[in-house]
Write a protein that binds this ligand. Structure first.
Ligand code: FAD
Length: 406
């Protein structure tokens, strides 16, 4: 066994949550080591989280001056948003970009690009990163926390932020359960590379009951370098059938221009999970869970990655307060306040995503009638079309949620 240099803070996992936590910690002058299972030169597959909210851009700009600008400069915003119900357009809006003061309302880019900017910022901020080191064991006690990686190395620190994703080893080792459901909603996301022959405008298009896809709902989202088509399937078997490369080649030309058929970059099939950890901290108040280690949301409303980054800043702030606290009771209180606020935010976010999922499933005849009625009224009542446009993302509202200290 090899004992590595101790740190005030260990962060496990270099996804959006871990990178943001490490950056936030450095902005507070905390000595931090980031441990990641994958090698440094890994290329994560697929677009995953595309939409970076304005509040996240602001957060990153604050943690590392210029970072929000870089992400916004690389990402795109769309020129049109359209919504169709069956074969009729029920909503359309053109966005004019005003040459700008401040950060844009959002940026659309692949998660791996966002992570690249975050990694560069971490490097510049002096984060010590250890790659190719999967954490296998975690021991927390009243004074500190120790992790052991697969290759037998050990690190000890005052605090640990777990950002090791949905199958979090840290959460499991701490014996913390996840609470909530897996719906039988499965979705398929298909990334398509930009088609140079198709110089159309960047349009975000929601299709309710797409006629060429046997009435399934489809969302088409442009991002820097391509577009993503996301289909709501009818259960697991339906998603298995529709997600083979041959099936994708058959249905893709029904929802985007035919030239994209040969430009498939990535196909992902995933269940919509809505789960929140029963506690975001261990019993010794030395380990803080963030991002998908702490909660899983369906992608509607882009609350997964964006709230992961809010958790991350909050966790590092709490660690900063705890490290400087006069006495162990105050230190514990800072960590417990993180737990209270971020769990509250996760429940708030989950409730909003659930509203969006229920809207799109439209299981009850009343919901279906309401949506069909809104589609009929849309040409006369623009508010009805605007409702159909907005509802798939859930009620608006911050992903950060808290108005408290963290
Ligand atoms: C198909 C798909 C589509 C999605 N679409 C959206 C979307 O549109 N909007 C949205 O907001 N979110 C979306 N998400 C979710 C988004 O990708 C996650 O919310 C985000 O990645 C969470 O970040 P994280 O840092 O918590 O976890 P992750 O990104 O999973 O990062 C965890 C990191 O920890 C590392 N790790 C794991 N175990 C260990 C270990 N034992 N030791 C050391 N390191 C470890 C992993 O290698 C990884 O680097 C999507 C996800 C998928 C899969």
């Amino acid at each position: 066994m090899v004992n590595e240099q101790p740190a005030e803070l260990l962060v496990v996992g270099a996804g959006p949550a871990g990178l943001t936590a490490a950056l936030a910690a450095r902005s507070l002058g905390i000595d931090v080591t980031l441990i990641e299972a994958d090698p440094q030169d890994r290329e994560r597959a697929g677009s995953r989280a595309l939409f970076v909210h304005h509040e996240t851009l602001n957060r990153l700009q604050r943690l590392s001056p210029g970072l929000g600008d870089k992400i916004a400069g690389f990402g795109i915003t769309w020129e049109y948003a359209r919504t169709f119900y069956g074969d009729r357009e029920v909503y359309s809006r053109r966005y004019t970009s005003s040459p700008g003061v401040g950060l844009p309302p959002y940026a659309s880019l692949r998660q791996l690009d966002t992570e690249r900017f975050l990694r560069d910022a971490c490097q510049g901020a002096g984060v010590r990163a250890v790659w190719d080191a999967a954490v296998e064991e975690v021991r927390s006690g009243p004074e500190d926390v120790t992790v052991r990686t697969r290759d037998g190395r050990e690190w000890t620190s005052d605090y640990l932020i777990a950002a090791d994703g949905a199958r979090s080893t840290v959460r499991t080792r701490m014996g913390i359960e996840m609470d909530g459901d897996r719906s039988d909603d499965y979705r398929i996301a298909v990334d398509l590379a930009d088609d140079p022959a198709n110089h159309g405008s960047a349009e975000c298009v929601m299709y309710y009951r797409h006629p060429a896809l046997d009435g399934r709902n489809v969302l088409v989202v442009p991002f820097a370098g391509g577009i993503q088509a996301d289909v709501q399937c009818r259960g697991r078997e339906d998603s298995e059938r529709l997600s083979t490369p041959e099936a994708v080649r058959r249905w893709i030309p029904q929802v985007v221009p035919a030239g994209y058929r040969d430009r498939v970059l990535w196909i992902a099939r995933y269940p919509c999970l809505q789960r929140v950890a029963t506690s975001f901290v261990d019993r010794h108040r030395r380990v803080l869970l963030t991002g998908e280690a702490a909660h899983l949301f369906a992608p509607l409303g882009a609350r997964g990655m964006n709230s992961a980054m809010a958790d991350a800043e909050s966790a590092s702030t709490a660690v900063g307060v705890a490290l400087r606290a006069a006495g162990s009771e105050r230190a514990r209180a800072a960590v417990e306040e993180f737990d209270r606020l971020r769990r509250q935010a996760a429940h708030h976010n989950r409730a909003r995503v659930e509203r969006a999922v229920r809207h799109l499933r439209a299981d009850s005849p009343v919901q279906r009638l309401r949506q069909a009625g809104a589609a009929r009224l849309a040409p006369l009542l623009p508010g009805a079309g605007a409702w159909l446009h907005r509802a798939p993302y859930g009620p608006r509202g911050s992903v950060t949620v808290t108005t408290g200290l963290y």
